[in-house]
Design a protein around this ligand. Structure first.
Ligand code: PLP
Length: 399
């Protein structure tokens, strides 16, 4: 019998896409569906980005490019991260990939051998678990329930790092919770990290330009510059610039890691296409009015979601301060019925909500938190209020 590799048996399709596909199918059948499911920013980059892409297309030689990323792109990224206080990095510290997901995958492959310890918090972005499982890492999940605002505490981190995992993966602002760590919280976690020099730290901060309420974006390297020897910062154009399908991601960190990512690129992708590179340079270096305006818009939408959810008795919903997700704990609905349909868990909750009200959300179990659901609120503005109204009605109709 022909066999596939064992690792492919451990790979799973994205749970988020399953919900999105079901919503698409119902829409195709003529149902009125409002989707709060996929984490897409739902806006387009500025004209200057398209102009740069067109210009590159007109003169694209179609030759192979640099495995690390073109010098122009690396320089644009270095200037971009200097704006958030990450300075002192050179081209040798950075590398690119086909989206942050690809960069994270490459880094994990470069750092983790089979069975190596890999620690991260729950709720987590789904791909962390999938990547860890494909690589057969020894996964250590650190539960951060709604009662602790979905945030990792220094004590939890201390206990986790005392087990000497090879990699600790952190995400700030967080998908799916939208939570953002304050300067003091980052500083307290950085103090713990400093105690455990044998652990690499990947900090997936792709939503770092989407922080609300003047909280500011803070990084372990800001708190403790000496950690730059083992902290790897991840960034992406996908969410900040409305460019998820252009597939551009980045890392900044130790030279040895950037070199490893470059080597992985040389074996996987060779290079980012020239047209995409030109668009990426334009996005990073051009006017920043769209990302700034979108961040303000998302903050207003976050407020709208929180106001609507506050009408539901028993719902626990820590207030997000970044990204574009709200992650309410809906366990108050478990054991109740809607229109005779019993809701036992988050998956049944989302299925009943979609069926009864045509609103698609993602079950929290996709992110390792089965008491919650994820609401991604980047839908067209006119759909937000009716979608929220339907959720509130759904709760009110539970028996
Ligand atoms: N990291 C987090 C926390 C995300 O939410 C996502 C996308 O949803 C990614 C990484 C992947 O981003 P990219 O589109 O750059 O691969």
């Amino acid at each position: 019998m022909l066999q596939l590799a064992r690792r492919i048996g451990r790979a799973k399709p994205s749970a988020i896409m399953l919900v999105a596909d079901k919503a698409k199918q119902l829409k195709a059948e003529g149902r009125d569906i409002i989707s709060f499911s996929i984490g897409v920013p739902n806006f387009l980059p500025g004209d200057h980005v398209y102009a740069a892409a067109r210009e590159a297309l007109a003169k694209d030689s179609g030759q192979y490019g640099s495995n690390r990323g073109s010098d122009a792109l690396l320089d644009a990224f270095l200037a971009h991260i200097r704006e958030v206080g990450l300075d002192g990095y050179t081209r040798a510290n950075v590398a690119t990939g086909i989206g942050a997901k690809h960069v994270i995958y490459n880094i994990c492959e470069a750092l983790l051998d089979e069975g190596d310890g890999f620690a991260f918090a729950t709720p987590y972005w789904t791909s962390y678990l999938d990547i860890a499982e494909i690589l057969d890492a020894d996964i250590q999940l650190l539960p951060c329930p709604a009662s602790q605002d979905y945030k990792l505490t220094p004590d939890q981190l201390d206990t986790a790092l005392a087990k000497k995992p090879r990699v600790f993966l952190f995400n700030n602002p967080c998908n799916p919770t939208g939570m953002v760590y304050s300067r003091d919280e980052i500083s307290a976690l950085a103090d713990v990290i400093a105690k455990y020099p044998e652990t690499w730290v990947i900090t997936d901060d792709i939503y770092n330009r989407m922080v609300f309420d003047d909280l500011g974006y803070h990084n372990f390297v800001h708190a403790r510059p000496e950690l730059r020897d083992r902290v790897i910062f991840i960034d992406s154009l996908s969410k900040t610039y409305g460019m998820p399908g252009w597939r551009v991601g980045f890392m900044a960190g130790p030279e040895v890691v950037a070199k490893a990512v470059t080597t992985m690129n040389s074996n996987h992708i060779t290079n980012l296409p020239e047209v995409v590179t030109a668009a990426a340079v334009a996005a990073l270096s051009g006017p920043q009015d769209i990302p700034v305006a979108k961040c303000a818009e998302f903050q207003a939408k976050r407020d709208q979601v929180m106001t609507a959810l506050s009408q539901v008795p028993g719902l626990i919903c820590p207030k997000p301060q970044g990204a574009f997700y709200v992650f309410p704990d809906v366990s108050v609905a478990f054991g109740k019925s809607h229109d005779g349909v019993l809701i036992g868990n988050d998956v049944e909750f989302c299925a009943a909500l979609l069926e009864a009200k045509g609103v698609a959300c993602v079950p929290g179990s996709a992110f390792g938190e089965p008491r919650a659901i994820r609401i991604s609120y980047t839908c067209p503005t006119p759909q937000l209020a009716p979608g929220l109204q339907r959720i509130v009605e759904f709760f009110a109709e539970l028996k």
